[in-house]
Design a protein around this ligand. Structure first.
Ligand code: PRP
Length: 192
């Protein structure tokens, strides 16, 4: 796994994380290759089913955009906005619903798209909530999974990369709402 110093794109704006360096964890090319593979798997599985693909805002927006553009099947999109973190680098332990889906998912095939599953709190909350609406099926796609940390009582259908328990940014993931536009995944360098 490569490591890079990123002079000039250290955490922006100072604040509690200002001046921290980043380590390259997953390159842009590796992400793009894996997204295409995942899209092919999903296209095969959902051919002729017309799924509704629900992205969890904010973090999933870049992964979702790349994933759906690589699909070879008809689909609809919708979004839900949930928040499980405050402004710190660990889970607050609660999930807040900030924007609900608009679509009626009763009797539909649903695909949930997440950028990262960390503790599993967000995805467990969303699974319970969606199943109350009586969809035909719900499957889960995540770009990143912290499999040493996540507590899940169901299977994640499509996982892009399993990652260690590091705070990661880029490709939609933020720190204090910054760094989402980086085109690769970086870990905050641990302080010595
Ligand atoms: C992040 C991420 C996931 C969630 C994962 O979202 O996008 O939705 O945390 O953590 P969990 O498995 O411990 O629940 P966050 O609440 O930081 O909001 P954001 O997507 O707007 O960045």
């Amino acid at each position: 796994m490569a490591t890079a110093q990123l002079d000039g794109i250290k955490v922006l704006g100072g604040g509690p994380f200002g001046g921290r360096d980043l380590e390259l964890m997953i390159t842009r090319d590796a992400i793009q290759d894996r997204v295409r593979e995942m899209a092919a798997e999903i296209s095969g599985r959902y051919a002729a089913r017309g799924p509704i693909i629900i992205g969890i805002l904010n973090g999933s927006f870049i992964f979702m955009a790349d994933l759906v553009r690589a699909l070879q099947i008809p689909f609809e999109v919708d979004f839900i906005k949930l928040s499980s973190y405050g402004s710190e680098t660990s889970s607050s332990g609660t999930v807040r619903l900030l924007k609900d889906i608009s679509a009626d998912i009763t009797g539909r095939d649903v695909i949930v798209v997440e950028d990262i599953i960390d503790t599993g709190l967000t995805i467990n909350f969303l699974r319970r909530r969606l199943e109350e609406a009586g969809p035909t099926s719900v499957s889960f796609v995540t770009l990143l999974l912290k499999d040493d940390v996540a507590k899940l009582d169901f299977t994640i259908d499509h996982v892009g990369f399993k990652i260690p328990n590091r705070y990661v940014v880029g490709y939609g993931l933020d720190i204090d709402q910054q760094m989402r536009g980086l085109d690769a995944i970086y870990a905050l360098k641990e302080q010595e």
